[in-house]
Ligand binder design. Structure first.
Ligand code: FES
Length: 186
């Protein structure tokens, strides 16, 4: 007759399953689960509390900046790459034109024309010596920033220029747009 004794490993498995199924071990497992959930909830609350103490501040560059003394500017254009603005000098007058394309914000390039050309801008005949071209999608602007080709929806911005009373430097105010007739005479 064959023996009906279980294999030793089968015996062990049966013992282990019984151990997990005991009310005592189930209670302790549930206790640990509860403790873990509580710790996660406390950590979440602590994070929310600490986050509320840190203000949502955007560290942006100031919109006004000193560009230098008027005498230091050469005749024509000076490009401030980090601010994406051109400051133009025509003898004693100054003005600032944005280099930010009004389509999707690429930086336009200034093109000095080899031959001056006459163009009609808003009904006025103007002699052009330079233009701005956008390398991204082909928008083109006349020298005064008026858009005339490509997808740009509007002209390049002009910004207010001032002289700082404390040291005589030119101040470009990127927060204040002015008309294309703006000139600062120093
Ligand atoms: S960003 Fe200048 S044409 Fe599109």
């Amino acid at each position: 007759m064959k023996s009906t004794k279980p294999f030793p490993e089968m015996k062990q498995a049966t013992k282990g399953s019984r151990a997990l199924e005991s009310p005592e071990s189930r209670r302790s497992w549930l206790r640990r689960l509860g403790l873990g959930a509580m710790l996660v909830a406390v950590a979440g609350q602590a994070y929310t509390l600490l986050r509320a103490l840190v203000p949502n501040v955007l560290y942006e560059e100031p919109q006004r900046f000193k560009a230098g003394l008027p005498d230091q500017f050469p005749e024509g254009a000076t490009f401030f790459e980090d601010r994406r603005v051109f400051v133009f000098r025509e003898q004693k007058t100054f003005y600032a034109v944005s280099a930010v394309c009004t389509h999707l914000g690429c930086t336009v390039k200034m093109i000095n024309l080899s031959q001056p050309k006459k163009v009609q801008i808003k009904g006025r005949l103007v002699e052009e010596r330079r233009e701005f071209h956008c390398p991204c999608h082909g928008s083109k602007y006349y020298g005064d920033g008026t858009n005339y080709a490509g997808p740009a929806p509007g002209p390049l911005a002009w910004y207010r220029l001032e002289v700082a009373p404390e040291d005589g430097q030119l101040v470009v105010d990127l927060s204040e747009r002015v008309s294309q007739s703006f000139r600062l005479t120093v």
